[in-house]
Design a protein around this ligand. Structure first.
Ligand code: MTE
Ligand code: MO
Length: 559
């Protein structure tokens, strides 16, 4: 068999899988259900061992998702090319591999995280992928000339008809047409139709270039059109709809941020983090665009009265506005996963009061639209802090990336145990009765924020001039507040930095430190003391299981 032939086969395998994937994605876009690519990718996220995920968060940041999607696509492409290539000689292997690919999509959809919902719809795109890819592969094998798949039949039947006058010619009519395989092709005749006995002896002597090109074109078009349409079809509500939503003015406004809360040093994190640069951490490959008109929050579990709140119901309630700093447990010492925003929302405590919490409950299990669960201590929602069902962020409806239309925000707890984005379900329960998504993966069930501080300027290995110099940064200890920040140069004594004005104990606080830089390399180290008098620990801990600790330092080159 020629390598040209194998090349066609490989291309055919690629196009068959592409057609399956394209139409599967299109089905997901049109009908709902789990997109094959997203379903498989999400399962990879959920099944990835903790260290792999930590590595991805640390080294890839937000780019981890496009990289994962690209990885899935490349893996599928390679697999399909190999399947097609093998199909040149071993059609059943090619077919088996193609079916496997479809089954993978179905399996991911069937077992992946999701809300209880329509199971058949969930796996439908995977089923479409399996059927189309398999059918496409059959067409490819047929064009390649595998007679079991109808290939070569045209010619064979024609040959059989043409040779009725000379029956002896049907013995091995293809032997002459077979350029590069010397073995004889064995043939059995069932009900008058010639069938090939598959095996190494069989060669696609009936390769039909015209049929192959037609098949390739059809499959390629199906794949390309399917993928393109799936990408461009609007999914959920659009940005204009989101922007057009008017959040009522809260009855209880946040007090103005004190002017002294922002220091005038270039490079320090702005006191309010703009939405577009606010860090984003979640496990979703595609950001949900939930339509607020269909959104509903179910409050149930250990409550006297189950509540169902629409988005309009929430906006009609008493809204409050608060500045709250959000922190991710995955943040390394000195890392970027912390941001401060002005939120508008409904106090969760008021809704819990209305529902009536029953004795014995100690937790809330909240679930997002994609089925991810987060566990939060009930106490943090009822002890008087401003735990919110947030609808607004920095003067606009929540951005899609940050949980539109509604998310939780709870001061003093890491995001993974409190800040459920795209929330749809809120169940009052007990920690003993469930395990939340991250807890299942080795993170703590409960995780208050650790007192932390960061040097923003100078950046590591910055070159500065000898003489009076300034360092600046932020420190945070939500719920406790920041009472003091100290900096030390090399192994010198701890010296008090100047604190910017405090907004609230739930927000971070900027600091500046003026020092006399002498030439040479110097290491600046920072530590904070919280409002309870607790000094930030210098003991290093990695993010897992309940947040990093240790002191941030920066080396500066003084010239
Ligand atoms: N639905 C959902 N909500 C989620 C997450 C998630 O993966 N899915 N991640 C949590 C984590 S770990 C953090 S730190 C915050 C981050 O919120 P942000 O992306 O708006 O900064 O959201 C939390 N809420
Ligand atoms: Mo997080």
């Amino acid at each position: 068999m020629s390598s040209v032939h194998r090349g066609y086969a490989a291309l055919g395998g690629f196009l068959a899988a592409g057609a399956g994937l394209g139409l599967g994605e299109l089905t997901a876009a049109l009908a709902g259900g789990t997109s094959p690519v997203v379903g498989v990718g999400t399962q990879l996220i959920d099944l990835a061992p903790g260290p792999a995920k930590d590595w991805a968060v640390k080294n890839l940041g937000t780019a981890d998702k496009p990289i994962l999607v690209a990885g899935v696509l490349v893996a599928v492409a390679v697999f399909a090319v190999v399947a097609g290539f093998l199909g040149a000689r071993r059609p059943r292997v090619a077919l088996g591999m193609t079916v496997l690919l479809g089954l993978l999509a179905i399996l991911a959809a069937a077992t992946g995280r999701s809300l209880a919902g329509n199971f058949a719809l969930r796996i439908l795109p995977g089923v479409v992928t399996l059927l189309i890819a398999t059918f496409g592969m059959v067409l490819v094998l047929r064009a390649l000339g595998h007679r079991r798949f109808g290939g070569g039949v045209r010619r064979k039947v024609a040959a059989a008809e043409a040779t009725t006058e000379q029956p002896e010619a049907t013995e091995q009519p293809e032997a002459a047409e077979k350029p590069d395989v010397g073995e004889p092709v064995f043939e059995i005749v069932v009900a008058g139709k010639p069938r090939a006995v598959l095996g190494a002896a069989e060669a696609p002597e009936g390769f039909d270039r015209r049929r192959f090109l037609g098949t390739a074109l059809a499959l390629g078009a199906a794949g390309a059109v399917g993928l393109a349409a799936a990408r461009t079809l609007p999914s959920g509500v659009d940005e204009a709809t989101r922007r057009a939503i008017r959040i009522p003015v809260p009855v209880d406004r946040a007090k103005a941020v004190p002017t002294g809360a922002s220091v005038d040093v270039a490079g320090v994190s702005s006191f309010v983090t703009p939405n577009k640069s606010f860090y984003r951490v979640d496990t979703l490959l595609t950001v949900p665009k939930v339509d607020p008109r269909n959104w509903e929050l179910r409050i149930h579990g250990m409550v006297d009265r189950e509540l169902r709140l629409s988005f309009a119901d929430l906006l009609d309630r008493r809204l409050i506005e608060r500045d709250i700093t959000l922190t991710c447990v995955s943040n390394e010492v000195g890392g970027p996963y912390v941001g401060n925003a002005r939120w508008i929302g409904v106090p969760i405590a008021e809704i819990l009061r209305e529902a009536g919490v029953q004795a014995g409950a100690d937790a809330v299990k909240s679930t997002s639209v994609d089925g991810l669960t987060i566990g939060t201590p009930l106490q943090a929602l009822t002890d008087g802090r401003d735990a919110l069902f947030a609808v607004g962020m920095n003067g606009e409806p929540l951005p899609f990336d940050h949980g539109f239309p509604v998310r939780m925000v709870v001061p003093g707890l890491f995001g993974f145990v409190s800040a459920t984005k795209w929330i749809v379900d809120f169940e009052v329960t007990r920690f003993a009765d469930f395990t939340a998504y991250w807890t299942e993966r080795g993170w703590s069930a409960e995780a208050p924020i650790k007192t932390s501080s960061r040097i923003d300027v100078p950046k590591g290995f910055a070159r500065i001039k000898a003489g009076p110099a300034v360092a600046a940064g932020v420190a945070w200890a939500q719920r406790r507040g920041v009472a003091k920040v100290e900096v030390r140069v090399d192994d010198g004594p701890w010296q008090e930095a100047t604190l910017a004005a405090e907004d609230t104990i739930d927000t971070w606080r900027q600091w500046t430190f003026r020092w006399n830089a002498t030439s040479g390399n110097h290491r600046l180290t920072v530590r904070a003391t919280d409002g309870a008098g607790e000094v930030q620990t210098d003991e290093s801990a990695p993010p897992r299981p309940n947040g990093s600790s240790g002191l941030h330092n920066t080396v500066v080159i003084v010239e």
